[in-house]
Ligand binder design. Structure first.
Ligand code: FE
Length: 344
């Protein structure tokens, strides 16, 4: 059977996973997902959704910037139904560009805590990630880096590494500070952290952890799952990196650790909006959350679902309590501040 171009482009996840024993989706019953997440856990979830509903999930992978451009270019001709991306900052940008449809339902309202979704219903969190501090455990004790403010102290001159401020994780981290403490405070903090850099910003979150483990710096910021991936790696060199650093959930006696989400929203011009909603509701359902937890390096969206044992072992922690749409609203100002203080 010859494949049409579209079938080639849209990787049917059932085919990718092998469809053994699974109920065949009804002909023509499918939903198209633009996903910026490329995790085995997501593929397993989509396969479970197919099995439960008979609706095939067709995934087009790319990064969030590529989707934004593509959705803009496609306009109302798009075949995208559900958009999946990491970081509320990315999802907010898509909403701001008019690419997401506002939606709600009782299942979404009860499944996703209010601060972990867009107030208008343009995007809904389905996993959580924490912005933690990683420190060199030969050089420091956890108490030395108990707060984000610690990274700005003069005693860490030449001891901090950070990735570029063009990365959305950094923008969201600073946006959360703008939301809680104001732009003046955020600027002072960013300038002081910048003054502590051991090198110009370069590389990924994982690269920052490696620099700290190697003693090139004493501490850095990263999303918690990058540490877990190293700690659980099959590569002994990566496990060795993890063994040389410690992880702190900052601000436990203050505002709590900065939290972000992976989330999803229905495309503004979805051709199958009811199936997109069905899949979105599935992502936050008890069944999906319970299935996702042990496969995923992130936290379930609700505290009632237990995280993976490796995550639970990091300990309970207090989360920052701000509405996540603030990360989008303050994004432009965060970028301006980073630029002004020379954190490029
Ligand atoms: Fe990431």
């Amino acid at each position: 059977m010859a494949l049409s171009r579209r079938e080639v482009i849209w990787g049917a996840s059932a085919a990718a996973l092998g469809a053994c024993g699974r109920r065949a989706p009804a002909p023509g019953s499918y939903v198209n997902v633009y996903s910026a997440r490329h995790y085995d856990a997501d593929r397993a979830l989509f396969a479970a959704f197919e099995e439960a509903t008979g609706v095939a999930v067709r995934v087009l992978p790319a990064n969030a910037e590529q989707f934004t451009e593509r959705l803009r270019a496609e306009g109302d001709a798009t075949e995208a139904d559900l958009i999946v991306a990491a970081d509320a900052g990315n999802l907010w940008r898509m909403k701001d560009a008019g690419l997401l449809a506002n939606t709600t339902s009782p299942a979404l309202e009860s499944g996703v805590p209010a601060r972990l979704r867009d107030p208008d219903g343009a995007y809904w969190g389905f996993t959580k990630r924490a912005r933690v501090i990683i420190f060199n455990d030969q050089a420091l004790e956890p108490a030395d880096v108990a707060t984000y403010d610690a990274l700005a102290e003069a005693r860490f001159r030449g001891k901090i590494v950070a990735r570029s401020s063009t990365n959305v994780y950094q923008l969201s981290t600073l946006a959360s500070r703008i939301e809680r403490l104001g732009a003046g405070n955020a600027r002072t903090w960013a300038a002081a952290v910048r003054a502590n850099f051991a090198r110009d910003p370069q590389g990924s979150d994982t690269d920052q952890i490696k620099a700290v483990a190697a003693g090139e710096a004493h501490a850095t910021l990263c999303n918690h799952y990058y540490y877990l991936r190293l700690a659980r790696s099959e590569d002994p060199a990566e496990r060795d990196v993890a063994s040389k650093v410690g992880l702190v959930f900052p601000d436990q006696t203050g505002a709590g650790t900065h939290i972000n989400i992976s989330g999803a929203g229905i495309a503004a011009h979805a051709k199958r909006p009811e199936r997109a909603l069905q899949l979105l509701e599935y992502l936050v359902s008890d069944a999906a959350q319970t299935m996702l937890a042990p496969l995923n390096d992130e936290f379930p969206i609700r505290p009632s679902i237990a995280p993976a044992p490796e995550l639970a072992a990091l300990g309970a922690f207090q989360e920052e309590d701000i509405p996540l749409d603030a990360l989008g609203r303050h994004q432009a100002e965060a970028a301006r501040i980073f630029e002004e203080v020379g954190w490029r």
